[in-house]
Design a protein. Structure first.
Length: 223
């Protein structure tokens, strides 16, 4: 069987297992990598302070997890500013213990430091409903569903991402971490993720509210 590298220092066949969460934590605890953790977003506070909705809306933790699952399968729909329309596809979906599942994913994404350019991003994805976390392990190479070898673009460092839902059911917090495998911390990458407060929800929330909840949403002009 053909072998590909999994992005965490091991060579793997297409069907071999990977503990995604352990792989992420190993990369995260390596201080030679570039690690970024965004402040948790209190979705309902941002909604109340900066948006008008077509009907009363309390965003729940259940909604947040539903959004994370949908986004994991169709990042091009939920993060259109980053992922090229129609470029996302998944394969190799497998069930795991406790309702968890894993699959492979590819998409054309903007480079963080050169947003005018895009490249192929390959990821091994793990959805854990018990923790309500989605883990994405970047890979330099993957075999697709037909056994063809895919190679990731080389315009930016390999990276792993973790999205998770925290907080209470009626007061959920959106948590987000990313680690670039850079060999040494890259301040320029860190600076790109600095946020100027919570003036707006991340775009996938806006997409989910409009697309899936079918609720009108607009930014307030009086704040």
């Amino acid at each position: 069987m053909p072998q590909v590298t999994n992005g965490v220092g091991m060579t793997m066949t297409a069907g071999e297992g990977l503990n995604h969460e352990e792989a992420f934590e190993r990369a995260w605890t390596d201080r030679d990598n570039t690690r970024i953790e965004l402040p948790p977003v209190d979705v309902n506070r941002v909604l109340a302070g900066h948006y008008r909705t077509g009907e009363p809306l309390t965003f729940t933790r259940t909604m947040m997890w539903d959004m994370e699952v949908k986004k994991a399968f169709r990042p091009d729909l939920y993060i259109p500013s980053v992922v090229a329309e129609g470029s996302a596809r998944t394969w190799g979906r497998r069930a795991a213990i406790g309702g968890a599942e894993s699959f492979m994913r590819c998409s054309e994404q903007r480079f963080r430091l050169e947003p005018s350019r895009r490249g192929l991003v390959l990821e091994r994805v793990f959805l854990n409903p018990a923790r309500q976390s989605a883990t994405f392990i970047g890979a330099p190479e993957l075999l697709d569903e037909d056994g063809n070898l895919l190679r990731a673009g080389t315009g930016q460092p390999l990276f792993h991402v973790e999205h998770s839902a925290g907080g209470e059911e009626s007061r959920p917090l959106n948590r987000w971490r990313i680690v670039y495998l850079t060999g040494r911390p890259e301040q320029e990458l860190i600076d790109r993720f600095k946020l100027a407060g919570e003036a707006r929800l991340r775009e996938f929330f806006e997409v989910y509210i409009r697309r899936d909840l079918k609720i009108e949403l607009s930014l307030r002009k009086d704040v």
